[in-house]
Ligand binder design. Structure first.
Ligand code: C2E
Ligand code: CA
Ligand code: CA
Ligand code: CA
Length: 277
């Protein structure tokens, strides 16, 4: 047993060391990623539940790493936040996606843009002034932009956060709460923050059938959203059955693999042309 213990310990330290090395390497690489055009935005359609018509797109970041291949955002956004790199990266995402969606709108596709933002961006260059500049440069109408924030962001340090978010609202930009239902149980913040949309987390949609607890939860969220006059989007819709149930529960908008996966801009462009709901 002692033998095993020692081996375990050795294994543990060396893998911790490896982990630290990998993180340091990743950090160096991420510093270069933006300049070397390794970051790319994918777009996933947001659709109306009943008609299946596309109403918007969510921008989802990807990193085409030169040796590690495609890295998903969960694996590098926390690092970007810790290092402050989320500042310049976040501004680049907004500029790139506003320009892209403006171009699609000019081609006749009526769609809005939804972009994830991180609370760290508050101290890293994202404010009403820089956002207004981006909207001005790209000519995307402010009311065609939605910023997706998380429940967690509304809870730490909320006075400063309210002021920060309110300034975006004053520009005409909309705000959505992402992953709704996974954060805190207090819903009082919904009254204090200028929110327009709730996105019900995928967790509640995954095992959705008409007679289970998730359906009751989703139904409760939907009726609350209706009474607060909030728009509702269900995330992670993968099947026609889920769509059907969400329709019956009164959820107006859907997002998920059932309709389309996130795609590079060039693919989404073809998809928009060929899609008939
Ligand atoms: P999120 O904002 O909740 O984004 C939705 C995630 O669900 C995306 O993962 C999307 O690919 C995935 N998804 C969509 N439909 C389905 C479905 O039907 N089934 C399943 N299983 N998954 C589905 P992705 O692209 O890996 O992004 C992960 C997270 O990374 C995002 O979660 C968001 O929190 C963060 N993220 C992505 N892009 C950005 C960004 O530009 N800025 C910031 N701050 N965070 C971002
Ligand atoms: Ca999101
Ligand atoms: Ca989400
Ligand atoms: Ca999520």
């Amino acid at each position: 047993a002692k033998q095993t213990g020692r081996n375990c310990f050795r294994f543990f330290t060396s893998s911790l060391q490896e982990h630290a090395n990998t993180l340091m390497e990743m950090e160096q690489d991420l510093r270069l990623a933006l300049d070397q055009n390794q970051l790319e935005v994918f777009y996933q359609p947001l659709v109306r539940t009943l008609s299946g018509k596309i109403t918007g797109v969510e921008a989802l970041l990807r990193w085409r790493h030169p040796t590690r291949g495609m890295i998903p955002p969960d694996q590098f956004i926390p690092l970007a936040e810790d290092t402050g790199l989320i500042g310049p990266i976040g501004l680049w995402i907004l500029e790139t996606t506003c320009r892209q969606v403006k171009a699609w709108r000019d081609q006749g596709h009526q769609l809005y843009l939804s972009v994830n933002i991180s609370g760290r961006q508050r101290d890293l260059g994202l404010d009403a002034e820089s956002l207004q500049q981006i909207l001005h440069n790209t000519e995307l109408p402010a009311d065609q932009l939605v910023l997706e924030i998380t429940e967690g962001m509304l809870l730490d340090d909320s006075d400063e956060t309210i002021v920060w978010l309110r300034a975006f609202k004053d520009l005409g930009v909309h705000l959505a709460i992402d992953d709704f239902g996974t954060g805190y149980s207090s819903l009082s913040y919904l009254k204090r923050f200028p929110i327009d949309t709730l996105k019900i987390d995928r967790e509640f949609i995954r095992d959705l059938t008409l007679d289970n607890e998730d359906a009751l939860l989703v139904e409760a969220i939907i009726s609350m959203a209706h009474s607060l006059k909030l728009r509702l989007i269900a995330e992670g819709v993968e099947t026609a059955e889920q769509r059907c149930i969400l329709y019956q529960l009164g959820c107006g908008y859907l997002q998920g693999f059932h309709f389309a996966r996130p795609m590079p801009a060039i693919e989404l462009q073809d998809w928009l042309v060929s899609y008939s709901p």
